[in-house]
Structures are given as structure tokens and as C-alpha cells.
Write a protein that binds this ligand. Structure first.
Ligand code: AMP
Length: 370
């Protein structure tokens, strides 16, 4: 299972199988090798529709399995070696890189190659990559426009287009760049757009750039009544730093990290370009930041109340949020207490590049063996 490059966490599943969706045998095998048995709701609904060539608007957020929902049909519908025929616009560096990881994996079955064009990274290196004739470009809108204006990328052969996290891209002020880019694409193409919400400006974008799209509306997945999704990353003590590093590279949006020790806070400040705020419980009491999407417990809280309180920093109002806890075997007792208080187990998850710590499952129910 290629779990070193792709994050793994529980997703909602349907009782369908991937065999029913019209995917080619090579892609079905790739899916099976990932260990995926059932498609998620967005995958079950979207893959056959997209394979048929209909434009789609998917109301779905990160965690719904949407990346594979568009990557699989895109890969199936493209042929290698015909120039840039696939284009994906996404809001952030992290989403762009994660999308490329899926395209590399599924695309390998059809010899398709993807490149990323991301703002803030070396443009010369990207130009070199473009010279190697990729099939798919995954880009943030600003940097893609930059390449278009320099003439270093051509988009006149694009047949498959994805606008990922459209609401997020518009929040980031990318509307003018999106318009410039989309106006340069061939009018006859297949387009899929994803958005967690459908404000008027996103609906206008769909109206303008999609043709008679099928709307696929998926109720947000794994969402507890409070709007908070809880995840647990069990690792060896020595792997806590690699784990948070990897997590920050794969989870999106403004993040608040709770740490116990000052040295960890200082180390976190040095790890670069993440939109994070580092806090201790005491420091967190007074702050109220509406836009926190992700709370990370780098150290497990000392009390259940602190866990709940920390989590309460996200999912304000109508928003949803994610609470990730990095823990080692030493935190076993507190994990149990938190699970008791929540009335549900914390979902065990892994993050790319970090070995999970394997819990020993009690054998009580398996009967005694001699
Ligand atoms: P996404 O919403 O695209 O960010 O995907 C969320 C996570 O779900 C990723 O870690 C995928 O590897 C995983 N995933 C996607 N589809 C499935 C599936 N059908 N079964 C199990 N895991 C999946």
C-alpha cells in the first residue's frame, strides 16, 4: 500500500464497489492496491458521471475522497504524450502537492506525467519541468498565469479541467487570475468544479465556465454533530516532530498548534511557511480567531476539559473543523479518557512518511489460547 506518500484517514464509504463505476482495469487494480474497498459517496456519484463526459459541480470538502473522485476519471480520459491536456487549479501549495501525489500514482497506470506550478517556489525549475512535456499541470492560479504570460506553458490543448476548492480560491482573491486562465482554454473541454459551499460568486463561476453541469451534493463526511472531526496520530516519541511536519504539509488552512514545551514552540516557529499559530493552554484562553480550521495537539492535553476547550477554537459558527492529536504510547490513559468523554473512539490516522505506532489490541474477546 503506497501509504508513505498519501495520507490515510477514515473516510465515509458507500456499499458500492469500484468495479461498478466504469473504471479501466489498470485503475481498478491501482485502487485495490491502495487498500480502498468501497468508493466514498462523492466517488460513487461522480466517477461514472465524469467518465461519461458530463460537466460536474461537486459540493464536497477535503476528507470526502474528492481528489480521487476527479483524478481517476481524468486519468482515464487522457492519453499520454499529447501536450498539456489536463489542468487542475487549486488554492494552496499543500493541496496542489497532494493532488499531484494522487495523479502520480494513478497516472502511472497510463504513463501520464504531472507537474506542479506553485507560487513562491523557483520558477526556473518549473520551466525546466515544463520543457519535459508533462500531460497534466496542477497549479495555483497566480503562478499559472505568470507562466502563461511568459509563454512557458501552453494550455490550448487542455481537454480536462478541474477547479478544486473554488470557494477557497475565491476567498484567496484568485478570481481575476482564474478568469484570465480560463479564457485561454479551448471552449470544448470537460470541466469538474469542487466547492465546500456555493456562494453566489462560485455559482457564477460555474455558470460561466461549465456546460450544463450535473450537481453532486455530498453531505459533509465524518462530521460530528459539533462540526468537529477528531483524528489521532499514534507515533513513537521520536517521531512527533516528523509527524507534525508531515501533518502541516498535508492538512490545510489556518492552524493552531498546542505545545507544552517552549523548545517545541520555538522549533515550530522555525519550520517555515505554514499558516500556524503556536500556543499553550494558558495563552489560548484569551484568543478568539474565527478562521481556525485545524487544531493540532502536539502534546496531548493534561485534562479532558483542555482537549474540549482546545477543540472549541475551531468549527466556530457554521464552520467545520479538524482536531488532530499527535500522541505516543505514554498518552494511552488520556486518550481513553478523551474517548470516553466524546462517546466515540478517536479515528486512528497516518500521515505520509511517518511510521504509525502499532497498538496492541487486547485479545480478551478472542478467547484464551494456550
Ligand atoms: P480527499 O478528500 O481527496 O482529501 O481524500 C481524503 C483521504 O481519503 C485521503 O487520505 C485518501 O487517501 C482517502 N481515500 C479516498 N478515497 C478513499 C476510499 N474510497 N477508501 C478509503 N480511503 C479513501
Amino acid at each position: 500500500m503506497p501509504d508513505v506518500s498519501l495520507p490515510q484517514h477514515p473516510v465515509p464509504e458507500t456499499d458500492r464497489t469500484f468495479d461498478e463505476l466504469g473504471l479501466a482495469p489498470g485503475l481498478r487494480l491501482a485502487v485495490a492496491e491502495m487498500g480502498w474497498v468501497h468508493p466514498t459517496p462523492i466517488q460513487a456519484a461522480l466517477i461514472p458521471t465524469a467518465l461519461s463526459g458530463r460537466d460536474v459541480v461537486g459540493l464536497a470538502e477535503t476528507g470526502s475522497g474528492k481528489t480521487a473522485a476527479f483524478a481517476l476519471p481524468m486519468v482515464q480520459r487522457l492519453e499520454a504524450g499529447q501536450g498539456v491536456t489536463g489542468l487542475i487549479l487549486s488554492p494552496t501549495r499543500e493541496i496542489t502537492l497532494q493532488t499531484k501525489a494522487f495523479l502520480d500514482y494513478f497516472g502511472a497506470t497510463r504513463r501520464l506525467r504531472a507537474v506542479t506550478l506553485i507560487g513562491g517556489l523557483n520558477i526556473r525549475h518549473q520551466m525546466d519541468e515544463l520543457k519535459r512535456r508533462p500531460d497534466i499541470v496542477v497549479a495555483t492560479p497566480g503562478r499559472l498565469l505568470d507562466h502563461l504570460e511568459r509563454g512557458t506553458v501552453r494550455l490550448d490543448k487542455v481537454r480536462e479541467l478541474v477547479l478544486d476548492e473554488a470557494d477557497h480560491m475565491l476567498d484567496m482573491g484568485f478570481l481575476p487570475q482564474i478568469h484570465h486562465v480560463l479564457e485561454k482554454l479551448p471552449p470544448v473541454r470537460h470541466t469538474m468544479m469542487f466547492s465546500a459551499t456555493m456562494p453566489a460568486d462560485v455559482a457564477r463561476l460555474a455558470q460561466r465556465f461549465l456546460t450544463d453541469p450535473v450537481r453532486i451534493d455530498i453531505t459533509p463526511p465524518g462530521r460530528a454533530a459539533s462540526g468537529i472531526t477528531h483524528r489521532l496520530y499514534l507515533v513513537d516519541v521520536d517521531n512527533k516532530r516528523p509527524a507534525i511536519h508531515s501533518l502541516l504539509n498535508h492538512e490545510l488552512g489556518p492552524t493552531l498548534v498546542f505545545v507544552r514545551r517552549r523548545s517545541d514552540a520555538e522549533w515550530l516557529w522555525r519550520i517555515g511557511r505554514h499558516r500556524i499559530l503556536v500556543a499553550t493552554d494558558v495563552a489560548a484562553r484569551g484568543i478568539d480567531i474565527p478562521a481556525i480550521r485545524h487544531v493540532v495537539n502536539y502534546d496531548i492535553p493534561e485534562t479532558v476539559e483542555d482537549y474540549i476547550h482546545r477543540g472549541g477554537r475551531t468549527a466556530r459558527g457554521e464552520m467545520t473543523g479538524l482536531v488532530s492529536t499527535i500522541a505516543s504510547w505514554m498518552d494511552k490513559e488520556m486518550i481513553r479518557e478523551i474517548e470516553r468523554a466524546l462517546g466515540q473512539p478517536l479515528a486512528r490516522c497516518t500521515t505520509p512518511g511517518v511510521e504509525p505506532y502499532l497498538e496492541v489490541v487486547p485479545r480478551r474477546r478472542m478467547g484464551r489460547r494456550r
